[in-house]
Design a protein around this ligand. Structure first.
Ligand SMILES: Cc1cc2nc3c(=O)[nH]c(=O)nc-3n(C[C@H](O)[C@H](O)[C@H](O)COP(=O)(O)OP(=O)(O)OC[C@H]3O[C@@H](n4cnc5c(N)ncnc54)[C@H](O)[C@@H]3O)c2cc1C
Length: 441
């Protein structure tokens, strides 16, 4: 019998991978975590800027809704979360309007979508049945699908979006105090050093899982590294799993992943560009007769970055500019200065502030284009038309050798940290049960 180097290999050191590795290590299994980047976190990327005492989240930032697994993980790590607070305002030609105005109409449209017998795309739904709703409602639904879900309305399932918006994800949010990174560091620190290895800057190229063990081939600096394990948890973003084996950046599976074809056809990783603008002071609080002092989210459907948010409840000089879906797709790959220009133009438009005043206050800009990142190729998943079963299908293990986790492999709250953490924990628990059953045989 071949003795494997490790009980389990975890591919990817994002939220799903690190949570899984911590759970496996706590159960006494030996674990190798293999990560292509030179840092932990994947799509969680807490940046600490020089001489600025607050974390800057270039990836995930909020805890949406109840998120019980995330909140419990934070509690166990001794970390706190702070509820967001503040108003949502939208810029129209006639000025700013507050949230609540017309939102019942969005809810009515979503109830209608949820009751459809047959799934269809958001774009189709809006064009075929839109005449029953006000044009502002249709524009708002489209903006929310593109912004909040990073979705292309031509591809996204209207039933899935209706279900998601009907759940707890839109009902209030929090942020981990100090950012998300301390949670990931906590998981990494809890790995048993005598039996675990955390390999950064190590890009997995092939996973051979047809035999008695799983063999993993990876590239580290210019060297090839191979290790064998009893089982593996694959937490690669679905965009990587969807690549053809010959495409650059693809991971070769042997046997191939044909059993996952239906699952992978049902999810799409949407693009996002996030620009965090660091100012000298939160100058917007003084604008518009101080009406913006308690603004958390600000929108304008016609801006290149249609959503801005402040750091409330912290009154600190950060404004985040956000574009997702087709808008982000169009801008992805543009140079940094062009992206910043669009972000600043959006701030100017949404806040109705003079350019000179805004630039006087600007200190620096932090930009992240997630579509152009080779190890994520997008921000987070949404379900394609007919894709409701996809996350559960993706999460199914193959032959008690390959387990799958990640934000696209969790049926609840797809596209979130909660989905990633819950799926990582579930995959680890599946392996622990299988290993115990095997040992007791
Ligand atoms: C801009 C942005 C904002 C977001 N905002 C929120 C938010 O506010 N709230 C929320 O809940 N969620 C948010 N999300 C989503 C959240 O970040 C993700 O759902 C979650 O972090 C995904 O975790 P994961 O472990 O599934 O995947 P990842 O974090 O992508 O982990 C997978 C890991 O695999 C690695 N990898 C890729 N290829 C290879 C390879 N060949 N070999 C080895 N390793 C490889 C990657 O580098 C990565 O570290 C946001 C995401 C983005 C991008």
């Amino acid at each position: 019998m071949h003795v494997a180097d490790f009980d389990v290999a975890v591919i990817g050191a994002g939220a799903a991978g690190l949570c899984a590795a911590a759970e496996l290590s706590a159960a006494g299994l030996s674990v190798a975590v293999i990560e292509a980047r030179d840092r932990l976190g994947g799509r969680i990327y807490t940046h600490l800027a020089p001489a600025f005492p607050y974390p800057i989240e270039l990836g995930a930032e909020f805890i949406h809704g109840e998120a019980p697994v995330t909140r419990e993980s934070l509690r166990r790590a001794g970390l706190a979360a702070v509820d967001t607070a503040g108003r949502r305002l939208t810029r129209h030609t006639r000025g700013l309007s507050a949230e609540g105005d017309g939102f019942e109409e969005v809810e009515r449209l979503m109830r209608h979508a949820a009751s459809l017998q047959q799934d269809e795309s958001i774009a189709q739904f809006l064009s075929d049945r839109g005449s029953r709703y006000a044009p502002e409602t249709l524009a708002r639904v489209r903006m929310m699908a593109e912004g909040f879900d990073a979705a292309d309305p031509q591809r996204a399932s209207v039933k899935a979006i209706a279900q998601e918006w009907g759940g707890s994800s839109l009902e209030g949010s929090s942020r981990p105090l100090g950012g998300y990174a301390p949670l990931l560091d906590h998981w990494a620190r809890t790995l048993d050093v005598t039996r675990s290895r955390l390999l950064l800057s190590t890009e997995v190229q092939a996973i051979e899982w047809g035999g008695e063990v799983v063999r993993i081939v990876a590239r580290r600096a210019s060297r090839t590294l191979a290790l064998s394990t009893q089982r593996a948890i694959v937490t690669l973003p679905v965009s990587i799993l969807q690549l053809r084996p010959t495409e650059p950046g693809a991971v070769r599976f042997d046997p191939d992943l044909r059993d996952k074809a239906r699952a992978l056809a049902g999810v799409v990783l949407g693009p996002v560009i996030k620009v965090v603008l660091q100012f000298r002071r939160p100058f917007w609080e003084e604008l518009d007769d101080r009406r913006l002092g308690d603004a958390l989210f600000l929108h304008a459907a016609d801006a290149p970055f249609p959503t801005l948010w402040t750091a409330l409840p912290l009154r600190i000089p950060l404004l985040t500019a956000w574009t997702g879906g087709p808008g982000a797709e169009r801008l992805s790959g543009a140079g940094r200065s062009q992206v910043i220009e669009h972000a600043l133009a959006s701030v100017q438009h949404i806040l109705a502030v003079a350019e000179g005043r805004m630039l006087e206050e600007l200190s620096t800009a932090h930009v992240y284009d997630w579509r152009s990142d080779p190890f994520s190729r997008g921000a987070y998943c949404y379900l394609a038309v007919g894709g409701q079963e996809a996350p559960a299908l993706l999460a199914k293990p193959l032959r008690d050798r390959l387990y799958f986790a990640g934000e696209g492999a969790a049926s609840g709250q797809i596209g979130t940290v909660e989905a990633a953490v819950a799926s990582g924990r579930d995959a680890a628990r599946g392996i622990i049960r299988a290993a115990q059953a095997h040992a007791g045989r």
